[in-house]
Design a protein around this ligand. Structure first.
Ligand SMILES: NC(=O)c1ccc[n+]([C@@H]2O[C@H](COP(=O)([O-])OP(=O)(O)OC[C@H]3O[C@@H](n4cnc5c(N)ncnc54)[C@H](O)[C@@H]3O)[C@@H](O)[C@H]2O)c1
Length: 456
């Protein structure tokens, strides 16, 4: 199918060709003396210099061996493998032969495998619309549904099976609806499903765009799409949601509960670096949210680490803003805010305010990015299971569809992500097919259909 394409052409088309050995990570070992380059996925996508390096490597005709016994003859192999416990992209060239891939097995285009966890309530209504839109792009993604969530808990006593995390580790990404239902205490549904996924796979950045879309009425008087376009980078593995704590003397007068925020230099720094990188790509402005006036330890460390990272990004103008002042500023001067980096709790709260500024919680999207290769990343709408409207076909699917676009971009399908975002803008700007939260009368599926119709 890809005969006649050079490695460079494959790469530039976003096609991933893999040898059979790369299909079963982590079995691959690498021969360092062959032409080989590994590029962190994010750098590869975002960093022009890295792309140049890739091109340079692709001009190198040295043969590639993925392992001693598994020579990959045939054309270029653009393999995705797990190595040294991190996801890397391996790019190399091998001289062309007639046989194709290793052991005569042809190289394949590998469709990304997506674990779909619709979860609870409206999660089950909006996720199918996201899949509908991605399929309409003509992409043959392999979506596999995992029926985990509160119903699973009621049946089995667990939010997800014991082997869930190792199952998820085998996927390229996770597409999630919402987790939580009134029959299960929220701290159980969250701590036995979402948080273990975020922490185990070190999805250390929670990326949340806050954009007022054309056609959507902003609750702030006199504000339009040009005023509200922020990108929140939320630390997603520790901080106030570290899980450190306990309760004693439960049910007695002396009952006591302690919950300790945990901040580490490592986690703050990696999140801050990502935020500075995004600020560099956008306006060059970054707000770091803190509360180091009242809190004498954790947010002081936060400020110090962010300040240290700032020295590596002299072109980014970084501003420290206390969380309470930030809440007011998002309402009063949203146009002065671009990229924001904040702790787990602060960004959690501020992005719900952000979703309100966008016109509806049903519009907001989120990506939990595992950038160090500890596992797949996870994409989800910001909203929860919305028990008040679940089962009625009234949920707005745009947040879930937008999360699908974030997933496409993360997987390297930039053009397709752009097409989905454009469709979202078109449907909102036209204003004919909108759900009730945006003043319309359309059903969830009708909005999904309109988005499909607006794809170019
Ligand atoms: N990431 C997650 O999975 C996640 C996030 C938040 C809440 N939750 C869980 O969801 C459950 C309900 O929580 P909640 O009520 O606090 O928040 P929620 O986001 O479910 O609902 C808040 C309000 O927003 C509305 N809303 C939410 N999604 C909408 C959509 N797509 N279209 C139109 N309106 C929408 C709801 O009708 C409701 O009025 C709880 O169990 C909670 O723990 C899960």
């Amino acid at each position: 199918m890809f005969d006649g394409l050079t490695a460079k052409e494959c790469l530039l088309r976003g096609v991933r060709l893999v040898g059979p050995s790369a299909l079963s990570p982590p079995a691959v070992t690498l021969e360092p003396h062959h032409a080989l380059l590994d590029i962190a996925f994010h750098d590869f996508q975002r960093n022009g210099a890295s792309v140049d390096v890739v091109h340079h490597a692709l001009d190198d005709p040295s043969p590639l061996l993925l392992s001693e016994e598994r020579a990959v003859p045939g054309r270029a192999a653009f393999s995705r493998v797990w190595e040294r416990n991190r996801l890397a992209h391996m790019v190399s060239l091998a001289p062309a032969t007639a046989e194709g891939g290793a052991h005569g097995v042809p190289c394949h285009e590998v469709a990304p495998r997506i674990a779909v966890v619709p979860g609870d309530g409206v999660g089950r209504e909006v996720v199918p619309e996201g899949i509908k839109v991605i399929r309409a792009l003509g992409l043959s993604f392999d979506f596999e549904e995992l029926p985990w969530g509160c119903e699973h808990y009621e049946r089995t006593g667990r939010m997800m099976p014991e082997y869930a995390l190792s199952t998820l580790a085998g996927y390229d990404a996770i597409y999630l609806g919402a987790i939580g239902w009134p029959t299960v205490p929220d701290h159980i549904s969250l701590w036995e499903c979402l948080l273990p996924i975020r922490k185990t796979f070190e999805q250390y950045v929670n990326l949340r765009p806050v954009r007022l879309l054309p056609g959507i009425r902003c609750p702030l008087a006199g504000r339009g799409p040009a005023d509200i376009d922020m990108l929140f980078v939320r630390e997603n593995t520790e901080g106030e949601y570290s899980g450190t704590g306990g309760r004693v003397h439960v049910g007695t007068e002396a009952e006591l509960a302690v919950e300790v925020p945990v901040f580490t230099r490592r986690a703050i720094e990696r999140c801050a670096r990502y935020a500075f990188g995004r600020a560099q790509e956008r306006s060059g402005r970054l707000v770091s949210v803190t509360k180091s006036n009242a809190s004498r330890c954790s947010y002081v460390l936060w400020d110090e680490v962010v300040g240290g990272v700032a020295r590596d990004y002299p072109e980014v103008q970084v501003e420290r803003v206390h969380v309470d002042a930030m809440a007011a500023r998002m309402v009063l001067r949203p146009d002065t805010i671009d990229v924001v980096v904040a702790s787990n709790l602060f960004a959690d709260i501020l992005t719900d305010l952000g979703a309100a500024l966008q016109g509806s919680l049903g519009l907001a999207a989120s990506g939990n990015l595992s950038l160090g290769g500890a596992g797949p990343s996870m994409f989800e709408p910001v909203h929860g299971s919305a028990p008040d409207i679940a089962g009625q076909g009234r949920a707005n699917p745009v947040g879930a569809v937008w999360a699908g676009a974030l997933m496409l971009r993360h997987l390297g399908y930039d053009a397709e992500a752009g097409r989905v975002e454009h469709a979202i803008e078109t449907v909102c700007a036209e204003g004919r097919v909108l759900t009730g939260d945006l003043g319309g009368t359309a059903t969830t599926a009708e909005v999904g259909d309109a988005l499909v119709g607006a794809l170019r």
